[in-house]
Design a binder for this molecule. Structure first.
Ligand code: NAP
Length: 255
């Protein structure tokens, strides 16, 4: 059977659950060896690896709590060791910057400086540093996908700190798409809307119901709805798409 990404390697940050896990599974199904990155929950990351292996794919875990001192060094030490073990070299074809700090900050007047620092450390600075390090490992034809959010397009004042940090992701996409085109590397953002990541909030009818109404299809997104868009961007079929922000909100921004 011909798979679209046979022999490729990928790092998916925050793939211990949610959209990251679905992306890891989707890429693995197309033949990619996956580095399943996690922050705190090693068990959940191992479960992602198990699911990939059951599906006939290959994966290994890499832990690093982004935002902490030295986290990106630890991430790349683990990544390079895993790639060397599985492939004999340290080539990384695909990077998906998915891990993010979330949470309602409350009214803009109440957001603390610490909260802003935390959002920017995990959601903006870490993806930037990860891309910097990736560029030493990424060959011609590489793919970078940054997971943004619909809140960069729709005003939700209670999520201002998060939205500011996610806006940075789209800046990484814009400027690096230009910078990396000569190397044949594409850089794109994917914007999820409300997506049921399996978290507790999504089990509460008072959360599910209004969030379902945001999409034109009147349902919550599933992680695979977003992951399929990410996988598309990593394939050769998407070679002419760079610097773009793909809406994966199920029409939540149609107005
Ligand atoms: P999720 O289920 O909350 O999972 C978050 C993942 O990121 C986990 O694997 C977690 O690992 C990891 N992570 C979080 N903070 C980390 C840190 N400081 N260091 C290392 N890893 C960390 O996430 P999701 O809902 O699938 O969201 C995935 C992406 O989509 C995020 O970029 C999010 O902003 C974006 N998004 C989601 C929605 C939505 O409705 N779900 C909407 C718009 C955008 P550990 O648990 O091991 O720490």
């Amino acid at each position: 059977m011909h798979s679209k990404l046979h022999g490729k390697t990928a790092l998916v940050t925050g793939s211990s659950r949610g959209i990251g896990r679905a992306t890891a599974l989707g890429l693995a199904r197309e033949g990619t060896l996956i580095a399943v990155h996690y922050g705190r929950d090693e068990q959940a990351a191992k479960e992602t690896v198990n699911l990939i292996e059951k599906d006939g794919g290959r994966a290994f875990t890499v832990g690093a709590q982004l935002g902490a001192d030295g986290a990106v060094d630890r991430l790349f030490a683990g990544l390079e060791a895993g790639l060397r073990e599985h492939t004999g070299r340290t080539v990384l074809d695909i990077l998906v910057n998915n891990a993010a700090a979330t949470g309602f900050g409350g009214a803009p007047e109440d957001v603390t400086a610490e909260e802003v620092d935390r959002m920017f450390a995990v959601n903006a600075k870490a993806p930037f540093l990860i891309i910097q390090r990736t560029l030493d490992l990424m060959p011609e034809g590489g793919r970078i996908v940054n997971i943004s959010s619909a809140v960069t397009r729709k005003a939700i004042p209670e999520q201002l700190a998060y939205a500011m940090s996610k806006g940075s992701i789209d800046q990484l996409t814009l400027h690096l798409a230009r910078h990396l085109a000569p190397r044949g590397i594409t850089v794109n953002s994917v914007l999820p809307g409300a997506t049921d990541n399996g978290g507790d909030a999504f089990r509460m009818p008072e959360v599910r119901e209004p969030m379902s109404q945001l999409s034109a299809f009147k349902r919550l997104g599933a992680p695979a709805d977003v992951a399929d868009v990410v996988v598309f961007l990593t394939t050769d079929q998407a070679r002419w798409v760079t610097g773009s922000c793909l809406d994966a909100t199920g029409g939540s921004l149609l107005g």
